[in-house]
Design a protein around this ligand. Structure first.
Ligand code: ADP
Ligand code: MG
Ligand code: MG
Length: 876
């Protein structure tokens, strides 16, 4: 039989064995720590495979497995010299979840298992600490009832809060044994009322319930949402760790805490953590009591602090990464409860990677591989302008850096709704819990009134790369009235605020921002990435401003310059409309002549900035009606220019109307019907080149791109037109011009007939937005209505407009690549469209052997890093 249960201390297991898949991250690391000789409370892990068996067995724990579990508990009993359910020296257990990759707070854990009305008396006697025994028991009832029996936790919390109010105390620690006794009685009544059953007194029943609950939590709504967002496969399942309890709540020589071996916000090499004296488990992260800075432990428990410091160093060396650690101190003895690679901000990820290369802990290749390209996004965007006037209304902890502005919203679901309406929000909560995960994802930033730097809000926000200010105790939230107060200020739902997660400041209104700093460590990592990549990275850009940004971010050319965007400029739109609406070639030519100088100047500006790099110019693509006048004033303006009546114009507009413009008279079809339009655009490109030459600006080799081609004949005709135009210009200015002609591959037929098309093309650029639309027959603009249902039903595991559909669209790209290169070996291949900036799609492009990707300016660094990772991963 397959081995399904693994002891932490099992020295026989080999390192090479892919332990995280089977033991989950938490279990694997607990076993590793035990092997390193660190103090880990004895325990064992039930393999992730059992999670699968559990679901197959109608969500029941197979009884054979439970027998094995009981067997293993006997082993723990021997080591700890305690007995599970014993009436003189009871063993208590923690039952903990743990999947392959950490999903902080997403699944359930139950502590103090094995307590009941009788064992609690034994525990009291054994430890001579009645308060501790009762505190532990009430915690078990709370956790177990919530997690296993489904009783909402607020029923218990309210009882505690009310009791404290009547007693006139603030902290839980001020409650004594008899206080908890009373509360335990009340708690049990709640359980009886809500579940119609007594709180289970049989410790084996408790154990079985807890194990099942952990498996069930794998499919809780919040865990599912988290997996969707982070692309964690549903079939991985969770392991269950069963471990001896150690107690941080036995008195003042006890504590519990969490720590990072480096600062997860800035990346600085310093111990960063929090702890609470006389507390247990979730108290630190739950934000119910405000924890102390771990550094102060050097005074209060200095021996333990020194021991921790040594362990941090050992673990960093072992895992060669920054660790996120959980520990408990029981009567001055340290116990390690968890270690894992810690979540960090983008800024910290970069600093830590660079520092670790300097410390010779990792190589620069590993450094490049370690940084998630997606998180760079937060670094590339503007930060608050220091000079801007700010109306600071509160401050809290700088929990996750970056600035965000948006409308104040108090509920996660509301934030999600507003995101669908493209509105920016700041989610404001007393504290967040895993149920808020959807809203945290939807909001631009998160503000909480309670909780430390390691609170749920802080950890999740850092993981998401979202700005967060936590524990801003100045703000008083009133959920009912939908407002918060801070000093004299009242901020209502919908009011705009700005938060700065780097400084912890909360400001009224929208504060202006400035450009990010991408020098230093950032540019170092980027230069390493550039060394390791094969794919070139270009940008999609049609304005001088964007082109400049992209070059600063390291773009190696323009992969898509959409000329139609240049048509919308206020000064020329009238001429554009004139061109479209004119009935005669004559009129059209005269309108085009007016647009030419503008268009030429646009190219000149862009060529200057791109200085020697390739620029792909796409000829006019969208259906003409996009440019048509809509208001009466606009209609009269064009009518006057064209010497036509308003009603004439209106009937022309009706003529131009299309049932399905996406598949209508657009792309190269326009070039076939109205060659003079493409001719004008080519003239503008070539004359700009001539001018560059005259001004001694390093020449750009333009790549003229013909959109929406599906047949070889289309590109043949239009290539002729380009060549003819070029010849005319060369003659007119008696100079030579170098240029390429190519096409977008964005229709399935073009991909399939790539061999014929390549005869007339120097390059292909995969327009994956349209190619995805036309391959699936799904319009991107309308897919919003059902995309969620498709993801929900696992028809799509990712939105194909975000990450390339490798099996369909990707297959077409591969076909076109092969067939195209068969015809023309030198064919240059690239991808433009949203996918060019998506790391997963970039990995595909590397595998498909494309030459370059092209993405929006702000994604250029992300693409550079992703391209390096794609190459390194392929080589492995
Ligand atoms: P999560 O994955 O949500 O972090 P954990 O399984 O780590 O859940 O449990 C949460 C907390 O419970 C831990 O941080 C620790 O404080 C406490 N805990 C877990 N196991 C034990 C144990 N054996 N003894 C004492 N406390 C424990
Ligand atoms: Mg934990
Ligand atoms: Mg297109």
């Amino acid at each position: 039989m397959k081995k399904l249960i693994f002891r932490f201390s099992n020295r026989g297991s080999r390192e090479s064995f892919n332990s995280k898949d089977i033991l989950g991250g938490k279990g694997a690391n607990l076993a590793q720590m035990a092997k390193l000789g660190l103090p880990v409370p004895p325990g064992f892990t039930i393999s992730t495979k059992v999670c699968y068996d559990f679901y197959k067995n109608n969500k029941k724990l197979p009884s054979k497995i439970f027998q094995q579990v009981k067997q293993e508990i006997k082993v723990i009993e021997k080591i700890s010299k305690k007995k599970f359910g014993d009436l003189s020296n009871p063993l208590l257990l923690s039952v903990r979840s743990g999947s392959r990759v950490s999903m902080p707070g997403m699944m359930d854990t139950i502590l103090n298992l094995g307590l009941n009305d009788k064992t609690v008396v034994a525990l009291k006697k054994k430890t001579s600490n009645g308060r501790f025994a009762k505190d532990s028991y009430r915690r078990l009832i709370q956790m177990y009832s919530n997690v296993v029996l489904g009783v909402e936790s607020h029923f218990f919390e309210e009882l505690i809060d009310n009791y404290k109010l009547t007693k006139g105390v603030i902290q839980d620690t001020e409650l004594e044994e008899n206080d908890w006794d009373g509360l335990i009685t009340n708690f049990k009544e709640v359980v009886k009322e809500k579940t119609k059953k007594n709180f289970p007194q049989d410790v084996n029943e408790q154990l079985q319930g807890a194990i099942s609950a952990v498996f069930l939590s794998w499919n809780s709504k919040r865990a599912k949402t988290y997996r969707k967002i982070n692309f964690i496969p549903d079939h991985w399942g969770t392991a269950v760790n069963i471990q001896t309890m150690v107690f941080g709540n036995m008195g003042n020589d006890c504590a519990t805490g969490v720590a990072f071996t480096r600062n997860p916000s800035t990346g600085k090499k310093e111990i960063f953590g929090e702890y609470l004296v006389n507390a247990q488990g979730e108290d630190v992260v739950a934000g119910t009591r405000t924890p102390k800075n771990l550094l102060s432990m050097n005074k209060s428990m200095s021996k333990i602090f020194q021991q921790l410091k040594k362990i941090f160093k050992l673990l960093e060396n072992k895992y060669r990464d920054m660790q996120d650690i959980e520990f408990t101190v029981e009567n001055n003895q340290l116990w390690m409860l968890q270690t894992r690679s810690g979540k960090r901000t983008a800024k910290a990820a970069i600093k830590i990677a660079v520092d670790m290369v300097q410390e010779k802990l990792i190589s620069n290749k590993e450094a490049v591989l370690r940084i998630d390209p997606n998180i760079l996004d937060t670094l590339l965007h503007p930060t608050l302008d220091e000079k801007a006037e700010k109306k600071i209304i509160a401050s809290g902890l700088p929990a996750s850096p970056g600035a965000a502005s948006g409308k104040v919203i108090f509920s996660a679901d509301e934030a999600e709704k507003l995101m669908e309406q493209m509105q920016d929000t700041i989610l404001v909560r007393v504290e967040t819990s895993p149920e808020d995960i959807n809203g945290m994802h939807a909001a631009k930033g998160i503000l909480t009134a309670r909780g430390g730097m390691t609170s749920h809000a802080a950890v999740v926000a850092r993981g998401m790369g979202k700005p967060c200010v936590s524990g801003s105790s100045e703000i008083k939230i009133d959920y009912e009235k939908k407002e918060f107060k801070s000093g004299d200020h009242i901020v209502k739902e919908g009011d705009v605020i700005t938060i700065d997660g780097g400084s912890g400041k909360v400001m009224l209104g929208k504060v202006p921002t400035v450009k990010p700093d991408i020098s230093g460590d950032f540019s170092k990592v980027m230069s390493w990435a550039d060394k390791f990549r094969k794919l070139r990275v270009r940008t999609n850009s049609e304005t001088p401003a964007d082109t400049k940004i992209a070059r600063d971010f390291g773009a190696e050319g323009i992969g898509l310059c959409r000329t139609e965007h240049m048509f919308f400029d206020e000064k020329r739109i009238v001429s554009v409309r004139q061109m479209i609406l004119s009935k005669t070639l004559e009129d059209r030519r005269s309108a085009l002549a007016k647009i030419l100088p503008y268009q030429k100047n646009d190219f000149l500006e862009i060529f200057k900035i791109m200085n020697g790099l390739p620029v792909t110019v796409r000829l006019l693509d969208p259906p003409l009606h996009e440019f048509l006048p809509k208001t009466d004033k606009d209609i009269s303006d064009v009518a006057r220019e064209l010497n036509m009546s308003n009603s004439d114009i209106k009937s022309r507009i009706v003529e131009l109307h299309e049932q399905n413009p996406m598949l209508g008279h657009r792309g190269c079809r326009l070039g076939i019907s109205f060659p003079e339009i493409y001719q004008m655009q080519c003239t503008a490109v070539f004359e700009a080149l001539v001018e560059c030459k005259r001004k001694k600006i390093k020449s750009v080799i333009p790549e003229i791109m013909i959109p929406l081609v599906s047949t070889a004949a289309e590109i043949q005709i239009l290539k002729n037109l380009v060549d003819k135009t070029a010849a005319e210009i060369q003659k007119k200015y008696s100079t030579k011009i170098k240029y390429y002609v190519g096409t977008m591959i964005e229709l399935p037929r073009a991909a399939i007939r790539a061999k014929d098309i390549a005869k007339y093309a120097d390059f292909f650029s995969f327009g994956t937005n349209d190619l995805t639309q036309t391959t699936f027959g799904i319009s991107r603009d309308d897919s919003g209505k059902f995309l969620n249902d498709y993801v929900e039903n696992n028809i799509f595991n990712k939105d194909p407009f975000v990450s390339i559909d490798e099996r369909g669209v990707g297959e077409l790209i591969k076909i076109a690549t092969e067939r195209g290169r068969l015809e023309k070996k030198s064919l240059k291949l690239g991808i433009c469209g949203e996918h060019g900036g998506d790391p997963a799609s970039i990995e595909f492009c590397e595998k498909a052997k494309l030459n370059y990707v092209s993405c929006s300016p702000y994604r250029v660094p992300i693409a550079r890093l992703a391209a390096a990772q794609a190459y390194l991963k392929k080589k492995k």
